[in-house]
Design a binder for this molecule. Structure first.
Ligand code: GDP
Length: 342
């Protein structure tokens, strides 16, 4: 047996190490090394928002990240919207908090569900998601894999209108078209339009329909058994609360002697961050504090992996066909010479 010692430990030996510390090799510091490296590199996250225009998407995104991402947005009138096709608009901001940098990309989908005929209006959105997978696949298979820019969509917040009696056909079709490609998180928009009883009824209905139509929305991972009790309780509440009912606001109002993000009505104030008014805080905690990494993992390990496996299968089939051209059912032998599309 040969042993090749290729790497030597470069951990500086402290002279004041206790006898107990001297017994350790030092690999317990690995998590710290990983932490340092990732903080230095920074993080990125791509969030897509979809739903009819006027559902409060931009207001919610601004409330979530405390930025104004939609300064230059041009709103179309009804006439302009008749022939409008679904557009994909990307907004990117660099946010820094306690030395940790996050490159946040919001992918907006104006025009979705706004036309008179909404047949296949989700197509530009699914195409966009596929294009990002394709780009990543090309970059990953290329020569320079060091600085790949990852534009894959990690999560799609889908806004369900609060006015109906559950999901509309367009909601069902949209989520079914996307659920194998991206983590879909359905939200009940503008929850302040409903009473607590109505919210409960709508949530039950949406949950039941998601199940009935076989829609695979993002599943929160099981809580680790060694997590503390408080975390387990929050996780349980989050799971029971879905689909989350949210409220957004771009204004700060005074409530109970404090300045809060809220909506001022003649009959009172609706506070965005008040957990008895809506699930905004649960959504923010989930997206940013507790599940951002899992959303990225599922994107990479499940959705991208499916895309990649399909691509490789198609390419293998193509290569086999080139080597051994078969006659089709009409007896015609086809031999395509161009490279297969990824
Ligand atoms: P988007 O087109 O989906 O991006 O919608 P906007 O964010 O531009 O919001 C459209 C309108 O709805 C604006 O007048 C907002 O002030 C209002 N709005 C946004 N969020 C809410 C909400 O949670 N509740 C209510 N009642 N109105 C909202």
């Amino acid at each position: 047996m040969t042993t090749n010692i290729r790497y030597k430990s470069r951990i500086p030996i402290k002279s004041d190490e206790t006898p107990e510390e001297k017994q350790y090799v030092g690999f317990a510091t690995l998590p710290n090394q990983v932490h340092r490296k990732s903080v230095k590199k920074g993080f990125d996250f791509t969030l897509m928002v979809a739903g009819e225009s006027g559902m409060g998407k931009s207001t919610l995104v601004n409330s979530l990240f405390l930025t104004d991402l939609y300064k230059d947005r041009k709103l179309l009138n009804a006439e302009e919207r008749i022939n409008q096709t679904v557009e994909i608009i990307k907004h990117t901001v660099d946010i820094e908090e306690k030395g940790v940098k996050l490159k946040l990309t919001i992918v907006d989908t104006p025009g979705f569900g706004d036309a008179v005929n909404n047949n296949e209006c989700w197509k530009p959105i699914t195409d966009y998601i596929d294009q990002q997978f394709e780009q990543y696949f090309r970059d990953e298979s290329g020569l320079n894999r060091k600085n790949i820019q990852d534009n894959r969509v990690h999560c799609c917040l889908y806004f369900i209108p609060p006015f109906g009696h559950g999901l509309r056909p367009v909601d069902v079709e949209f989520m079914k078209a996307l659920h194998e490609k991206v983590n879909v998180v359905p939200l009940i928009a503008k929850a302040d339009c409903l009473t607590p009883n109505e919210i409960k009824k709508l949530k039950d209905r949406v949950r039941e329909e998601i199940e009935r139509f076989g829609i695979k929305v993002y599943q929160f991972p099981e809580c680790d058994s060694d997590e503390d009790e408080e975390f387990k309780q929050l996780d349980k509440e989050l799971k029971e609360c879905c689909p989350l009912a949210v409220i957004g606001s771009n204004t700060v109002v005074e409530a109970r002697g404090q300045r809060v993000r809220g909506r001022l009505y003649p009959w009172g104030i609706v506070e965005v961050e008040n957990q008895s008014h809506c699930d905004f805080v649960k959504l923010r905690n989930m997206l940013i504090r507790s599940h951002m990494h899992d959303l990225k993992d599922v994107t990479c390990d499940v959705h991208y992996e499916n895309y990649r496996a399909q691509c490789i299968q198609d390419m293998t089939r193509y290569v086999r066909l080139c080597r051994d051209p078969r006659k089709d059912k009409n007896g015609i032998t086809t031999r395509t010479l161009s490279l297969p599309p990824l």
